[in-house]
Design a protein around this ligand. Structure first.
Ligand code: SF4
Length: 65
């Protein structure tokens, strides 16, 4: 599984980080660390990745199965 974060629409709400801090981190500017990237999700982090994606108010996290 992979996660893609839309680099244009991530507004730095940090909900992903609040909801699933074990997977989502913020960069020094307060935006999602993976903004504008597609990253592999380790199997043990899949539930956290989905949980965080569901809380993004701008729907900018895409789960790729
Ligand atoms: S919740 Fe969405 S908009 Fe907010 S930092 Fe995370 S990916 Fe970006």
């Amino acid at each position: 599984m992979k996660v893609k974060i839309d680099g244009e629409n991530c507004c730095g709400h940090a909900r992903c980080w609040v909801t699933a801090p074990e997977f989502y981190k913020l960069d020094e500017t307060g935006y999602a660390e993976f903004r504008g990237k597609t990253v592999d999700v380790p199997p043990e982090m899949e539930a956290a990745a989905k949980r965080g994606a569901n809380t993004c108010p701008d729907r900018c996290i895409t789960i790729i199965e």
